[in-house]
Design a protein around this ligand. Structure first.
Ligand SMILES: [Ca+2]
Length: 277
């Protein structure tokens, strides 16, 4: 996502950028945030629970899918894919990766996060300031709501929708009127962590992909404190921190199964989290 930045730069400038800078963003404190930086901050904090992973199963995933939202419900995956002209809403067979139902999104919108609340699929857009509502089984369009910030990831805690916008902020919204009820800043003992992307609310905690990293943060929804993290480095051979990056967390509540994939990844993985400390 968000990859039009370089279009205005001359080729030589692009070369300079490519060879001189790692993938990064600048935090609210002016700190450069990239995978190396984040890994270092997380690693040195002994109070955090660190998880690695074991692959339980590998499933096919459409490598054309620019994954922006992923959920699991009653045996099926639901996915939102992004990019202008390629955005879609999909119902997917877990075992085969086959797209069972698909709704193409108008090319003026760049689709983002996805969640299911009260049988309604809720899909965000990146910069259109719109969220779309669909009936779960038919994908029938029900309506939309507006919000004044960028849309990145979305999940819910059974009471509130929870939305990321690429910063360190998570907004909690009343699903009846889409008004903000609460905001938290995600932080590591006061150090703000931005670029929060795809989300999943699992057993009382918010799991958040950090864009341009193979890392998932586990966040306390009450105060935004990072309480743990998952290191998924090495999971997907074709992962690429500049583009084809990890971005998709889904959880099977019934069978306690944890699924992850990424943008343009050819695989979707069921993983077991293993506590390192
Ligand atoms: Ca998700």
């Amino acid at each position: 996502m968000k990859k039009h930045l370089l279009f205005v730069l001359k080729p030589i400038s692009i070369l300079f950028l490519v060879f001189s800078l790692p993938i990064f963003s600048v935090s609210a404190h002016g700190l450069v945030q990239n995978q190396e930086w984040l890994f270092k901050q997380l690693s040195k904090n002994q109070s955090l629970t660190e998880y690695t992973y074991q692959v339980i199963a590998t499933y096919p995933h459409d490598s054309q899918a620019f994954t922006q939202g992923l959920i699991f419900h009653e045996g099926f995956l639901y996915e939102s894919t992004g990019l202008y002209g390629d955005s879609s809403l999909r119902k997917i067979d877990l075992m085969t990766g086959d797209v069972l139902l698909e709704k193409k999104i108008d090319e003026i919108h760049f689709a983002e996060g996805l969640t299911l609340f009260n049988n309604l699929l809720i899909q965000l857009t990146w910069k259109s300031h719109l969220g779309f509502l669909y009936e779960k089984d038919s994908f029938e369009y029900i309506g939309s709501f507006e919000f004044p910030y960028e849309g990145w990831g979305i999940t819910h805690d059974k009471q509130n929708l929870i939305i990321s916008d690429g910063s360190d902020t998570l907004r909690f919204l009343d699903p009846n009127n889409f008004l903000i009820t609460k905001e938290v800043q995600v932080h590591l003992n006061g150090l703000m962590i931005n670029q929060l992307n795809e989300l999943e609310f699992i057993n009382g905690k918010i799991y958040a992909n950090v864009w341009h990293t193979d890392l998932i943060l586990i966040v306390d929804p009450d105060d935004g404190q990072v309480i743990g993290w998952i290191n998924l480095t090495g999971l997907e051979e074709q992962s690429d921190l500049s583009k084809n990056v990890l971005n998709g967390i889904a959880f099977d509540q019934t069978n306690n199964r944890f699924f992850v994939t990424g943008k343009h990844w050819p695989h979707l993985y069921e993983i077991l989290l293993i506590e390192e400390r």
